[in-house]
Design a protein around this ligand. Structure first.
Ligand code: NAD
Length: 384
């Protein structure tokens, strides 16, 4: 069938199999053009199918020559509806990795569950023996804990309600977003979903099963950003979960003598998860405009290639809090001053001038395999 994008709010409900494959190949091409680095050789990537996790997997596979085992939560096609982008991305990744003689297997299921943890352990035992790197890149709206409890995360502020400008994605207008304060229970639930408990559970399960190598590195991702986004991000409900993630990194370092744990603070980028956060997409469009003008813009693959092939090659480069700062170029004074000035000035009338709206939408469509150069979108494609 001919697959067209169907955009609903901040998500596209269709994905193009050929476009997704092309997208993955382009990311691989980027990494292959970088000098190879000596690094971990058997890597488990949790949340491996889209965004930062997919880019991480590509960076370590083609930058370190690493075998990779990926975990994701994606939908297959039922013959009428397309699969999700992450499904097509993963299939394309596996094909390309195998062509280069790299091991690549993926497990599609709920990473929070005991069953998937066991499947991963069994697969490592059967195929790899041990892993020497664990990348934790989950972004999930809900979690069912092993005791059957369901938790949902919220994107709200903490303390007081907050109002600020936001980009209405359906018509590219700028309006005010009014973000309510989360209740104590909502904050606790968001910490359950996006905090570090499950990361520790993973490391414990892998350690107990004896599938961690003698020296293991693990890394999880966070975002800090500028003051404009503090109430909704760093100091909002998601920020509370990220603080829990930081504490969890310390716990992992204390608990497992053979594991070194890191937090990388990544750049704000268009991904399926960030599109859902109020205020943030407007900030991203203003940021892209400045970073592109100064020639320092990066997408997921540029960020993750820089992380694994540069900042984490050898001894990891960290700041005074122990964080690996991949947001260094985003947070540069000249960039932030220009963004802050434009933040005050931006309206529905001038948003196309001040912000990189087209760039945002290109990246948005690209995530689902659309608007990729060289793909014939009028052609019939097999969606299975
Ligand atoms: P994403 O939505 O593109 O990727 C999420 C991944 O998690 C996918 O592979 C998905 O299949 C997987 N996943 C979700 N629920 C799952 C489940 N229950 N079981 C198994 N897999 C599951 O998101 P992203 O933006 O790449 O986010 C990854 C991490 O990076 C998050 O911790 C996020 O907070 C962080 N981060 C994102 C940004 C940004 O701007 N996008 C910036 C800094 C940090």
């Amino acid at each position: 069938m001919v697959v067209e994008p169907r955009v609903k709010d901040y998500i596209c409900t269709t994905a193009h199999p050929v476009g997704c494959a092309e997208n993955v190949k382009n990311q691989i091409k980027y990494v292959k053009a970088q000098p190879k680095v000596e690094g971990p050789k058997k890597v488990l990537v949790i949340g491996a199918s889209t965004g930062y996790g997919l880019a991480s997997r590509i960076a370590v596979a083609f930058g370190y020559d690493a075998d990779t085992l990926g975990v994701m939560f994606e939908k297959e096609s039922n013959g009428r509806r397309t699969a999700t982008a992450g499904f097509y991305n993963t299939r394309a990744f596996e094909e390309e990795a195998k062509k280069d003689g790299l091991y690549a297997k993926s497990i599609n299921g709920d990473a929070f569950s005991l069953e998937i943890k066991q499947q991963v352990i069994d697969t490592i035992k059967a195929d790899l023996g041990t892993v020497d790197m664990v990348i934790y890149s989950l972004a999930a709206p809900r979690r069912v804990t092993p005791d059957g409890h369901k938790y949902s995360s919220v994107l709200k502020t903490v303390g007081e309600e907050y109002s600020n400008k936001t980009l209405v994605l359906k018509d590219n207008t700028v309006t005010m977003a009014h973000i309510p304060a989360a209740t104590e229970e909502e904050i606790e639930n968001t910490i359950k979903v996006m905090g570090g408990e499950d990361w520790i559970d993973w490391m414990q399960a892998l350690s107990d099963a004896g599938v961690l190598a003698e020296h293991v590195t693990t890394v999880a991702y966070s975002y800090i950003g500028p003051k404009i986004t503090f109430p909704i991000y760093a100091e909002g409900s998601i920020g509370m979960a990220k603080k829990d993630l930081y504490r969890s990194s310390d716990i992992i370092n204390e608990k497992f003598a053979n594991v070194t744990s890191y937090i990388a603070i990544n750049k704000a980028l268009v991904t399926q998860s960030s599109a859902a956060i109020p205020v943030v997409p407007l900030y991203i469009t203003l940021l892209y405009k400045q970073m592109k003008a100064k020639g320092v813009h990066e997408g997921c693959i540029e960020q993750m290639a820089r992380l694994f092939l540069d900042k984490m090659a050898g001894e990891a480069e960290t700041d005074e809090n122990g964080f690996i700062r991949m947001d260094d170029w985003e947070m540069a004074d000249d960039i932030q001053e220009a963004v802050a000035k434009n933040w005050d000035a931006v309206t529905s009338e001038n948003v196309k001038e001040l912000a990189d709206i087209d760039g945002y939408w290109d990246e948005f469509y690209n995530m689902f395999g659309f608007k990729i150069d060289g793909v014939d979108y009028s052609a019939d494609v097999d969606i299975m």
